[in-house]
Structure formats: structure tokens, C-alpha cells
Design a protein. Structure first.
Length: 156
């Protein structure tokens, strides 16, 4: 009589035990915080509009409340007619971060047209027709939209 009959069930039980231990370790790592979770996007309140006339025409963005935004981490995207343009908030912000109560703006008609990637004459025509401009501000590290609004390009 041989004693080889008990080897197969023992190997099966050992394999099952190894699988349970691995599954438990993965579950513990995820529940314990070893698995990466994304950081939440900043909470901010922003208002946008246009200001000035002629060569002094500009777009203004007011940070009305919430967390400070690093200007290099904030991308402004504009849609007008079939044109789309994007630029970092650091292109118009004075400092490295944009805090509650601060207003950033394009300086004049020339800079506004340049950032919108259109000519000054096109921008002037859009202003005369009170063309809608859709604006979005993205937080780049979290890839989330912080602000979305449509304003009219018009002089007061």
C-alpha cells in the first residue's frame, strides 16, 4: 500500500491558502491607503466680464472667494464662433497665485486679441456685434473645471 493519495489534496489546500493571503494583502493595501487617490480640486467662486472700450477693452476675471489658485495650475479656455484658444492664468496674473478678492485682466485690446488668438479687427467686429464668448477655467493637476460661463463681448 502506498501513501501518495494525500499529496494532491494538500497541494490544493496550500494553493488556495496562498491565493487567500494574496487577496487579503491587496485588499488591506487598498483599504489602508497605499493605493493612490486623487486630490480634490480647489473650491473657488469666479466671475468674468468685459471692461473698457476701444484700445482699453479687456477681459476681467474676479476671484470672489475660496481657495487660492496657483496661476500656473489654472488654464483659461475661450470659445468664440469657431475659434478656440487656451492660455495659463499666469499670462495675465500679477503674482504666482490668484487669491480671493484679486482681479486679473487682459491689459488692452491688443493683449485680449492675442490671447484669444484672433486679430484686433476680428475682436473689434465681435465687440460691435455683442458676440457671446464662452469661458472655462480648468485646474490642471486635477483636470477639473472650476468655472464655466458665457459672457457678451461688448463695450459699456
Amino acid at each position: 500500500m502506498t501513501r501518495d493519495s494525500a499529496v494532491s489534496p494538500v497541494v490544493g489546500v496550500m494553493l488556495l491558502l496562498v491565493l487567500v493571503i494574496i487577496f487579503t494583502a491587496v485588499l488591506a493595501a487598498y483599504a489602508g491607503g497605499l493605493a493612490q487617490t486623487s486630490a480634490p480640486s480647489p473650491s473657488v467662486e469666479i466671475a468674468a466680464g468685459s471692461s473698457g472700450s476701444g484700445e482699453d477693452f479687456s477681459l476681467i476675471f474676479e476671484h470672489r472667494g475660496g481657495e487660492a489658485l496657483p496661476a500656473a495650475d489654472s488654464k483659461i479656455t475661450a470659445f468664440i464662433d469657431s475659434h478656440e484658444s487656451s492660455f495659463l492664468a499666469s499670462a495675465i496674473a500679477e503674482g504666482s497665485s490668484w487669491r480671493a478678492g484679486e482681479i486679473v485682466s487682459t491689459k488692452n485690446l491688443t493683449e485680449t486679441a492675442s490671447l484669444l488668438k484672433i486679430s484686433e479687427s476680428q475682436l473689434t467686429q465681435y465687440i460691435k456685434r455683442s458676440t457671446p464668448l464662452e469661458l472655462r477655467i480648468y485646474h490642471l493637476p486635477t483636470n477639473s473645471i472650476l468655472f464655466k460661463d458665457t459672457i457678451l463681448l461688448e463695450e459699456p
